[in-house]
Design a protein around this ligand. Structure first.
Ligand code: SAM
Length: 410
């Protein structure tokens, strides 16, 4: 992450300016450095491939503040807060907002694999400290693998973490999974193994851990070792990372105990809509080699050659048909789909002036609002990993049906 040292130099320069510029101006400049800028600079300076390789996606301050202000979290008066995959320290900075002036003393510890992130966190916490009335009692941020045991785990009263979400090979055998596993699941496993009973754990995790059948045993392991205090779904992580996340608040139990409360994980998010709430879903009604070619002549949409994830405004084929035509704009999804495809529901927006006929190898989704904007929102949702995971869980190998698409959460 060498590229990120540019941001570290900027933090350095800002700290040096502390005694040189008027305090009010210094404070104003500090706000962005401790809020959104760390994540923005990460996106600007480090290319996406590299960020993906290490799962380096920093939590924005709004999401961090929302999660860390949950009333189920009790920091007490002398918390020791450890983030094992600390990045540029966004979660610790957010914890600071929650506890300063309430705690008598507090310590912030962090680990990460990258020196540039360690430096950024140390300097940003220094700026946070200079801005605050109450000083952080101790800060220790160092290079270490958060998946391995260390002293921080043993002494922490609280773990805050948004671990990497990429899939990795696990060095050790785990009873709840095999093959490539979510680094996030492995991180929570390590946190549970290495912390002492009573430690409160606050984590931001990919939704597949909450809802995927592949992580059922992982959920059972968490249930056995921890009391679950809260599970909240937050939807898309941020506008740059299209992955749904949830927050999990746990307290490690004194004695592990098998429990059967798997339902806690899958309680319905009442605010969530399914596609059928917002779109009329049907199958294209032309069976090309069966239906007679008479009636009206209109543009004819077929699956073959239709470009995925685009808006089509010219249709090369026409056909005579005396059945129902469809008004634009609308979305079509190719019905042919199987597990292992890069995307399960490949969609295209059709937006031409004419009404059109649609072949029965396509599923038609007409927005109840009649708005193009809703078609665009829908195809970005259909392209997401959550859609693929959800469809894979529901139907594995079969082709798409109206029923499946209608029930898809959006
Ligand atoms: C999703 S980011 C979150 C950073 C920060 N906690 C936040 O919320 O902004 C995950 C971080 O984990 C770090 N990381 C990846 N693998 C790690 C490991 N094995 N041990 C420690 N940190 C790791 C990455 O470098 C990255 O900074």
């Amino acid at each position: 992450m060498n590229e990120y040292s540019k941001f570290v130099s900027r933090l350095d320069a800002h700290l040096q300016a502390y005694s040189e510029v008027p305090l009010e101006r210094w404070k104003k400049d500090s706000i962005r450095l401790v809020n959104g800028l760390a994540a923005e600079e990460l996106r600007n300076l480090v290319d996406l491939e590299k960020r993906r390789e290490f799962g380096a996606f920093f939590t924005n301050s709004d999401l961090a503040d929302k999660i860390l202000s949950n009333s189920k979290i009790q920091f007490g008066i002398e918390p020791i807060v450890y983030d094992p995959a600390v990045g540029a320290g966004n979660l610790l900075i957010s914890v600071h907002k929650q506890i300063s002036e309430k705690a008598i003393s507090f310590s912030f510890w962090g680990t990460d694999l990258h020196q540039e992130f360690i430096d950024a966190t140390t300097k940003r916490l220094l700026i946070t400290d200079l801005l605050a009335k109450q000083k952080i009692s101790s800060v220790s941020i160092k290079i270490a693998d958060g998946l391995k045991d260390n002293d921080f785990y043993k002494q922490a009263t609280h773990i805050v973490t948004n671990p990497p979400f990429n899939l990795i090979d696990c060095d050790e055998k785990v009873v709840w999974g095999k093959g490539k596993l979510s680094a996030a699941a492995l991180f929570i496993h390590s946190v549970i193994r290495f912390t002492k009973p009573g430690t409160q754990i606050i984590a931001i995790l990919p939704d597949v851990l909450r809802s995927g059948s592949r992580y059922e045993k992982w959920r059972a392991m968490v249930d056995e070792n921890c009391n679950i205090q809260d599970i909240t779904m937050h939807g898309q992580f941020d506008k740059f990372a299209d992955i749904d996340v949830f927050s999990l608040i746990l307290t490690k139990k004194e004695n592990p105990k098998k429990t059967i409360n798997g339902h806690i994980w899958t309680k319905k998010n009442k605010s969530k809509h399914v596609i059928a709430d917002l779109f009329a879903v049907s199958v294209g009604n032309v069976v090309d080699n069966r239906d007679r070619k008479d009636g009206n002549l209109r543009p004819f949409i077929v699956s073959r050659g239709l470009p995925g994830w685009e808006t089509v405004s010219k249709v090369p084929r026409e056909r005579l048909f005396n059945g129902r035509s469809v008004k634009c704009p609308f979305v079509v999804i190719k019905r042919t789909s199987r597990m292992g495809d890069q995307h399960r529901a490949v969609a295209t927006i059709i937006n031409i002036a004419d009404e059109v006929f649609v072949d029965n190898h396509l599923i038609v989704l007409q927005p109840k609002s009649k708005k193009l904007k809703d078609c665009k929102l829908l195809i970005s949702k259909l392209k997401s990993i959550e859609t693929d995971n959800w469809i894979n869980e529901q139907i594995r190998c079969r082709h798409l049906t109206v029923k499946i698409i209608a029930r898809l959460p959006i």
